[in-house]
Design a binder for this molecule. Structure first.
Ligand code: FRU
Length: 499
């Protein structure tokens, strides 16, 4: 059925894909590797933004992504493709989608196969994406492509399967995320109208004919004018659901999650709690999948539109965050935890205990330094009289350049300050963090060559930032301000490269 009349235009599409793969092969040898990451997913060369089509399919995790294989700039968007057995080691596959049709190619502005998702439809791997052509009427429409081998994709002859938005005047109609509930496919699409971001719902029994069911949720006026890359999924007990969105035009906020209830009859979402899923600067367009163990795994683009992006001058742009498992706490907050599989990257290990930090100067720990590390730090704050505790990473020899992570005890806030961090944008990220009942503060950090991801508060808080220090800056020092504090335990592992 789905595949039958889908092959008509596939030759042209395949020729464009072969051309894109050829360009990548040439370009990947010419990259400046200064800021290339050791254990994060990156494009082989060229530009990458949003994760697309995340799916656990026939024993592999598949990750597609917005991609320009020809240049490290946003151009006509292709879908890049990689797969992994363990969410840690990634293998690049041929480009999956290239702009080739009048609904995804043309004009002089933004164009291409924009963001979307993947589902398994009776053993067929189906990609649902937005065809975008700036200035075309309509500019955005929802489209389908399918594959039986998980590598070669054919765009459907019935495209676009949703030809136009419900309203003529709207600000964005893109990024379909599709999932199945009982016997029906549900699609949430990012939408904006009259200054309000929305997640609108369609349903279908065959992925081809879609019925519009209205808005699941919309902005109350403070949540952005367009919700990019919505993802709506069940999490935790009962009928609890989470709606993840990337709202436009409420800087500095770039991501939000709403937790609450989704009613599959009325297609309405009732919000009970709202918060950021990550408090860093470089975290956008998160998408999730569910795997064979029933885990809800989230990956996001580890960059942000409008940032300085120093790696662009090096022939590439873009990375994905580490995969994080999402869980729902009883109070409706969503927690995120780096997946345990990441432990397979661990090499040399240093551990220390009972390190007293006094309010003057910085404390280094023997052999604790580097640019490809996992750190697990437990501060005992129960007897601390310091006002702040923290550490500096990626420190230069002379101490003038570093990124600082600090927890302010009275304020109950966690900060990451990269104003002296090197090239790229500065800025201070901040997140609210209540101390745990036993007085411990646990910080878990993943440092890669041009990134840092920080997790705290049993998954309540994550801060993700790109950093572009001089590669020689690998120092790490710990501190307490205006008093003393104790590091109860410190564990540091060198993490190996996956490339
Ligand atoms: C989000 C986004 C999506 C769009 C894609 C284009 O980063 O703007 O809304 O589909 O990127 O590459």
């Amino acid at each position: 059925m789905i595949l039958e009349n889908a092959t008509r235009k596939s030759d042209r599409h395949q020729a464009l894909i072969a051309q894109a793969d050829e360009a990548l092969k040439e370009n990947r040898g010419t990259l400046d590797t200064t800021f290339r990451l050791n254990y994060h997913m990156m494009p082989p060369a060229g530009w990458m933004n949003d994760p697309n089509g995340l799916i656990y399919w026939q024993g592999d995790y598949h990750l597609f992504y917005q991609h320009d294989p020809y240049q490290a700039k946003q151009g006509p968007m292709h879908w890049g493709h990689a797969k992994s057995r363990d969410l840690v080691h990634w293998e690049h596959l041929p480009v999956a989608l290239a702009p080739s049709e009048d609904y995804d190619k043309g004009g002089n502005g933004g164009q291409g196969c924009w963001s979307g998702s993947a589902v398994d439809h009776n053993g067929v791997l189906a990609l649902i994406f937005t065809g975008h052509v700036d200035g075309k009427k309509p500019e955005e429409a929802q489209c389908l492509a399918t594959s039986v081998d998980g590598i070669t994709f054919v765009k459907h002859a019935a495209n676009p399967v949703i030809a136009d938005s419900p309203d003529e005047k709207r600000f964005g109609f893109r990024d379909p995320k599709v999932w199945k509930h009982e016997d029906l496919w549900y699609m949430v699409v990012g939408y904006g109208k009259d200054g309000l971001g929305k997640g609108i719902i369609y349903t279908s029994s065959d992925l081809l004919y879609w019925e519009y069911r209205g808005a699941a949720a919309e902005s109350d006026g403070t949540m952005g004018d367009m919700w990019e890359c919505p993802d709506l999924f069940p999490l935790g007990e009962g009928d609890r659901h989470v709606l993840l969105i990337s709202p436009m035009n409420i800087a500095p906020i770039k991501n939000l999650y709403l937790s609450g209830k989704f009613d599959y009859e009325s297609c309405r979402f009732e919000k009970q709690h709202m918060e950021q899923i990550d408090y860093g600067f470089d975290f956008y367009a998160p998408q999730t999948l569910i795997d064979d163990q029933g885990r809800r795994i989230m990956i996001a683009w580890m960059n942000i539109w409008g940032a300085a992006m120093p790696e662009q001058a090096h022939g590439w742009l873009g990375a994905m965050t580490l995969p994080r498992e999402l869980t729902m706490a009883a109070d409706g907050t969503v927690r995120s935890h780096p997946v345990p599989e990441l432990a397979s990257l661990r090499g040399a290990h240093v551990s220390a205990a009972s390190i007293t930090l006094a309010g003057s100067g910085f404390t280094a720990v023997d052999h604790v330094q580097g640019d490809s590390l996992e750190l697990d730090i437990v501060f005992d704050l129960s007897q601390a009289d310091a006002s702040e505790v923290g550490l500096r990473i990626r420190c230069s020899e002379d101490g003038s350049s570093y990124t600082e992570i600090r927890y302010a005890l009275a304020e109950q806030k966690l900060y990451m300050d990269r104003n002296l961090g090197g090239a790229g944008d500065g800025g201070v990220s901040e997140a609210p963090l209540a101390p745990s009942e036993d007085g411990r503060l646990q910080l878990r950090l993943f440092i890669d060559r041009s990134s840092v991801e920080l997790f705290a508060g049993e998954g309540c808080v994550a801060i993700t930032n790109r950093l572009y220090p001089d590669p020689a800056n690998v120092g790490i020092v710990f501190f307490a301000l205006q008093g003393t504090a104790i590091i109860e335990t410190l564990d540091v592992w060198e993490l190996s490269s996956i490339w």
